[in-house]
Design a protein around this ligand. Structure first.
Ligand code: DOR
Ligand code: ZN
Length: 343
């Protein structure tokens, strides 16, 4: 049987939520990943060190026994974030970054920032104290076509931020366009990007052809095929600026299959297998380990993992749902066959 052994990967962009589904989703993630950057867009958002430490504790409590999974916490940047908050994060070993959501850009982003220039003094402090900035890179202008929102965020905002704060560590999260890939490639090593499995696997037809497919709806939205191809190249060519971040974002099935469905794809149940399929198709399995297990840790200045995981070439069917009765979650590619399975 064909097998593939790699250093254990980390997920550099993850939503774990709270309450009943936390246990289900953290078990999936911790089975595969040693660490994950945990997004702070809860209701209400995680904006202080104390809140992040409380949430971290809840995550640790929800883990399967003997799990060695480490949640890497983040704070949600708001108009009220202070320089003192930045200093506190800089010295807190459990918190690794601030997440910037333009207000209204996505799920639970209402508390985000309206005018980015207002937070320039905060970005200055983040640069000074070496705190990374994680960005949901989409403009929120209602007149702007949803498919152009990432490209225009880069043109109108990110280009200036990178110029103004040349040594600030920035991750452009879940890149979805050729323009984002080119932008990240054109910048110095302190600018990185995460790439999700859904943006590597699907283009926007997966959302709309033959009916509306709500489980393929996430933000930033799936784009044209040429963008998917640019992402596949970026991920599989061994460029250390691009690393694994699933953006696994569980919503209960009823809230996805609704007249106004929530944004988010649930991939944590088999994230590494989904990426492996992409790399295999691209004949780049030799590049998977660095993308999944090295480049993110290097970017954040953390030690690489030392344990390994093994994947087997073996068909298995993805269940139609995960979780408990009232809180079922539909996984990405539900009911379809995957050809790799983690041992
Ligand atoms: O699809 C998404 N879901 N994109 C985001 O930016 C947020 C996430 C969520 O929290 O559900
Ligand atoms: Zn996200």
């Amino acid at each position: 049987m064909k097998t593939l052994t790699i250093i254990q990967p980390d997920d550099w962009h993850l939503h774990l939520r709270t309450g009943d589904i936390l246990e289900t989703v953290v078990a999936h993630t911790s089975r595969q990943f040693k660490r994950a950057i945990v997004m702070p867009n809860l209701k209400p958002p995680i904006t202080s060190v104390v809140e992040a430490l409380t949430y971290r504790h809840q995550i640790l409590q929800a883990l399967p026994q003997e799990s060695e999974f480490e949640p890497l916490m983040t704070l949600y940047l708001t108009n009220q974030t202070t320089i003192d908050d930045i200093k506190q994060v800089a010295i807190c070993e459990f918190i690794h970054a601030f997440k910037l959501y333009p207000a209204g850009a996505t799920t639970n982003s209402d508390a985000g920032v309206n005018d980015l220039t207002v937070i320039y003094p905060i970005l200055e402090a983040m640069q000074q104290y070496h705190v990374p900035l994680l960005i949901h890179g989409e403009i929120t202008d209602e007149a702007c076509d949803i498919f152009d929102r990432e490209r225009l965020f880069i043109e109108r905002h990110l280009t200036d931020i990178v110029k103004e704060f040349p040594t600030l560590k920035i991750v452009l999260e879940h890149v979805t366009t050729e323009e984002a890939v080119q932008f990240v490639e054109s910048t110095p090593a302190n600018i990185g990007a995460t790439i999700t499995p859904q943006h590597l696997l699907f283009n926007r037809n997966a959302l709309l052809v033959g009916g509306i497919h709500p489980h393929h709806y996430c933000l930033p939205i799936l784009k044209r095929e040429k963008h998917r191809q640019a992402l596949v190249k970026a991920a599989t060519r061994g460029n250390p600026k691009f690393f694994l971040g699933t953006d696994s974002a569980p919503h209960i099935t009823n809230l996805k299959e609704s007249a106004c469905g929530c944004a988010g794809c649930y991939s944590a149940f088999a994230a590494i297998e989904l990426y492996t399929e992409v790399f295999e198709k691209e004949k780049s399995l030799d590049k998977l380990e660095a993308f999944a297990s090295f480049y993110g840790a290097d970017f954040y200045g953390l030690a690489r993992n030392t344990q390994t995981i093994t994947l087997e070439k073996k068909n298995w069917e993805i269940p139609s749902q995960y979780g408990r009765q009232e809180n079922l979650i539909t996984p990405l590619k539900a009911g379809e066959t995957l050809s790799w399975k983690m041992k």
